[in-house]
Design a protein around this ligand. Structure first.
Ligand code: SF4
Length: 258
């Protein structure tokens, strides 16, 4: 059987998979992205030649831990997902899912959204925060879809990012979930945080983090990669108190506190 050994702690080898023997280097604790989690110890860094099998092992474990990982914004059409994603900025998916049923019923098409009275829309989405800007974006979105795309949501990155309120992250959500197209990786706060803690990137800008992830993982996995990272970030690897003791990655994660 082919085996790869990743040295997790000094002198403590762990079988992962693959063929080559790989090592994990060490760095001072000051650069540990899980601040305050470990005392008098060191941060581990994945050696360059171990990165590919390590990344595959991370993905495999996360898929096993979160077999139901999926987009948690409730929707039935690309337009609904686009509206929900715009509302999800600085807001939880749970909160968005509370306001979207009425929103989708009241404004079921791009044309209806284009003609939506701003104050009515604001009232409807108020609880998601930043409601004035979001209402403006939604109305602008409806108008742009009617004027440029015959009321339909386009299925290309170029066209999506030209729509009001739509950046690369939102476009990746739509392409990956509504059109099953893997053109990039969704990098939200969870994906960014976990990618750093797991040593998958040293970058801090979402676009550069996305580049690193796209190099590490095959394109067919990009949508699911974001889902499992987001699920793990919401359920285990919390921003302030990562639950390393119960984490499926604790043996291999360079930021693990256990
Ligand atoms: S071991 Fe798990 S919970 Fe802890 S930092 Fe790593 S990924 Fe997050």
């Amino acid at each position: 059987m082919k085996r790869t050994i990743v040295e997790l702690k000094r002198g403590e080898p762990l079988v992962v998979k693959g063929k080559a023997k790989v090592r994990v280097a060490h760095k001072p604790r000051s650069s540990n992205p899980v601040r305050g989690q470990r005392q008098n110890t060191t941060r581990r860094r994945i050696a360059k030649d171990a990165m590919a099998p390590y990344a595959m092992e991370v993905f495999s474990r996360l898929k096993r831990a979160h077999p139901d990982a999926h987009c948690e914004l409730e929707h039935e059409t690309p337009l609904q997902l686009l509206m929900a994603t715009i509302l999800s900025a600085q807001c939880t998916d749970k909160r968005v899912n509370m306001v979207t049923p009425l929103l989708f019923r009241t404004f079921p098409t791009a044309a209806a959204l284009a003609d939506a009275p701003q104050d009515q829309l604001e009232e409807m989405i108020k609880s998601t925060g930043f409601f004035r800007n979001k209402a403006k974006s939604l109305i602008g979105l409806g108008k742009a879809l009617v004027e440029r795309h015959n009321g339909e949501v386009p299925d290309s990155m170029d066209a999506l990012v030209k729509l009001p309120g739509v950046g690369r992250k939102t476009a990746n959500v739509i392409l990956g979930n509504a059109f099953r197209k893997n053109e990039g990786v969704v990098v939200d706060t969870h994906v960014g945080r976990l990618s750093a803690r797991l040593g998958l990137t040293k970058q801090t800008e979402p676009v550069k983090i996305e580049d690193d992830l796209m190099l590490l993982f095959p394109s067919e996995d990009w949508a699911m990669l974001a889902h499992v990272l987001i699920f793990h970030g919401r359920r285990v690897c919390f921003a302030k108190s990562p639950q390393c003791a119960i984490c499926t990655l604790s043996e291999i994660c360079p930021s693990s506190s256990v």
